[in-house]
Design a protein around this ligand. Structure first.
Ligand code: GAR
Length: 210
């Protein structure tokens, strides 16, 4: 039985998609807690309604990144997580924190990495004139948005797209992609290799048809 902790900062729609898949597919896992760095994160209400334990570890209560990450790690570790899911957790994490969870912390980023790291990814995609865009789930490493890629979802960029329309199209795919990847973890179909790569079981690698 895998222990899962989800970190959010806001809307929490990816967390919601993961919780729904967890219920629907009856994963052999425990959703131990949803932790937010902001008390006003809208996603907390959904998690509470679902009977999932929620916690706020506010960055405002700590003087610097280092001490915040130590407190966050302490809170997360109370649940002995096998997997820590960053779902719109909008904080830069210290190397110590990231290395501590090496191979068991994943993130979703709204672009086809390694393109368009950082913020405003949909604006970056439109300005670059790319024809396809999407989302990436990756292991978290100290290099921002640079960890080994686990899976990606692709969407077209249409001629009349603006940032919002493109963001909506990508988000719809995020909600399919992220639960799918978490489901693979639960089934031990994703591994973080000794040389720091993401390795997928053959059947799931072959199932990436979107
Ligand atoms: C999602 O689009 C996610 O990919 C993005 O924030 C949004 C969170 O939405 N994450 C990042 O940009 C991380 N750098 P949500 O709170 O509704 O899941």
């Amino acid at each position: 039985m895998k222990n899962i902790v989800i970190l959010i900062s806001g809307r929490g729609s990816n967390m919601e998609a993961i919780v729904r898949a967890f219920r629907r597919e009856k994963w052999a896992a425990r959703l131990c807690a949803v932790i937010s760095n902001r008390a006003d994160a809208a996603g907390l209400a959904f998690a509470e309604k679902e009977g999932i334990l929620t916690r706020v570890v506010s960055h405002k209560d700590y003087p610097d990144r280092q001490s915040y990450d130590v407190a966050l790690q302490k809170a997360i570790d109370e649940y002995h997580p096998d997997l820590v899911i960053l779902a719109g957790f909008m904080r830069i994490l210290t190397d110590g924190f990231v290395n501590y969870y090496a191979g068991r912390m994943i993130n979703i980023h709204p672009s086809l990495l390694p393109g368009f790291k950082g913020l405003h990814t949909h604006r970056q995609a439109i300005e670059a004139g790319v024809r396809v865009h999407g989302a990436t789930v990756h292991f978290v490493t100290p290099e921002l948005d640079g960890g080994p890629i686990i899976a990606q979802a692709v969407v077209p960029v249409l001629p009349d797209d603006d940032e919002d329309s493109l963001a909506d199209r990508v988000l719809e795919q995020e909600h399919r992609l992220y639960p799918r990847v978490v489901g693979w973890f639960v089934e031990d179909k994703v591994a973080y290799t000794r040389d720091g790569k993401a390795r997928l079981a053959e059947d799931v690698a072959a199932s990436l048809d979107f």
